[in-house]
Design a protein around this ligand. Structure first.
Ligand SMILES: CCCCCCCC/C=C\CC(=O)SCCNC(=O)CCNC(=O)[C@H](O)C(C)(C)COP(=O)(O)OP(=O)(O)OC[C@H]1O[C@@H](n2cnc3c(N)ncnc32)[C@H](O)[C@@H]1OP(=O)(O)O
Length: 250
């Protein structure tokens, strides 16, 4: 995590697809805490993979899990997201590859999004027979508005880079990762002269309702997750999805 002029670039590096397991989520959470403590001036979130930003939650954490491990996984995801979404410093996602589901959530939790061409992003949970939690849905609604979010979430739609730009899911398209980072840096530079306290207060004002909804209902949210994924038909769906993903590789 190099800090250049107070700006950090956080590069996710969990091959092959940066899927988010408990350990990876803990690493991200610790990183965001550290950046806050170090009074970082801005953060760019990106990936070391040439084709994938993040494949979202590691499905293996939800497939036939032990109860306590599943609870810990979900709480860690909540912790990571609460820190990122409420970060006092400006944040940009440099989306240099596909960003389905949890990968899309990471992007939506940043303030500004730049994407490379020919990749797909979206909250595709419905297509997998699972449901994007309310706070995932809120993040999409906050980015693209009620009507577009409802359509996208019901369909589990994955947007192409161009479609994402058109609907407002991303702010810019860059030709490649290098340009993505340059555009991310330009956004952070545009924020650098704003008084930090005022900036942060306005940001948190906009995000307050979405954050409080999870903060006041964390246990209930965890229970909904646990009750949902432990259903036999959901487990069957996850099993089939995992098989289809490995078949692709074969
Ligand atoms: C009422 C409320 C209820 C709450 C319920 C639960 C809510 C859950 C919320 C969020 C859910 C998620 O985030 S689920 C994850 C969704 N992600 C996806 O659907 C993406 C799946 N992956 C892909 O589409 C592709 O892998 C890719 C486009 C991201 C990359 O393609 P590529 O061709 O480069 O790579 P491969 O497909 O060959 O994959 C390589 C390797 O990685 C494994 N893999 C991929 N994605 C995941 C994943 N998300 N979790 C675990 N493992 C994954 C894939 O199986 C391959 O493994 P093998 O090499 O071992 O076969």
């Amino acid at each position: 995590m190099p800090l250049k002029m107070g700006v950090a670039t956080v590069t996710m590096n969990r091959p092959p697809v940066n899927s988010l397991n408990t350990e990876h989520l803990e690493t991200l959470h610790r990183t965001f805490i550290r950046l806050e403590n170090e009074k970082c001036r801005g953060m760019i979130l990106t990936s070391s993979s040439p084709t994938v930003f993040s494949a979202g939650l590691d499905i293996r954490e939800m497939y036939k899990p032990e109860l306590e491990k599943a609870r810990k996984f979900w709480r860690t995801l909540q912790d990571m997201w609460l820190k990122l979404y409420s970060s006092p410093y400006p944040t940009v996602a440099a989306i240099n590859g596909h960003a389905p589901a949890g990968g899309c959530l990471l992007s939506l939790s940043c303030e500004y999004r730049v994407i490379v061409p020919k990749v797909r992003m979206g909250l595709n949970e419905t297509q997998l027979g699972i449901v994007a939690p309310q706070w995932f849905q809120d993040c999409m609604r906050n980015a693209i508005g009620e009507r577009e979010a409802e359509k996208a979430l019901i369909a589990g739609r994955m947007f192409s880079s161009e479609e994402a730009l058109k609907v407002g899911l991303v702010d810019e398209i860059a030709q490649n990762k290098e340009e993505c980072i340059q555009k991310a840096e330009a956004f952070l530079a545009s924020q650098a002269n704003l008084p930090m306290l005022a900036r942060k207060t306005v940001k948190l004002g906009f995000r307050h309702q979405t954050l409080s909804r999870l903060l006041t209902g964390r246990e209930a949210d965890t229970k909904i997750f646990i009750d949902y994924i432990f259903q036999p038909k959901v487990q069957k769906g996850l099993e089939m999805y995992l098989q289809s993903l490995s078949k692709k590789a074969a």
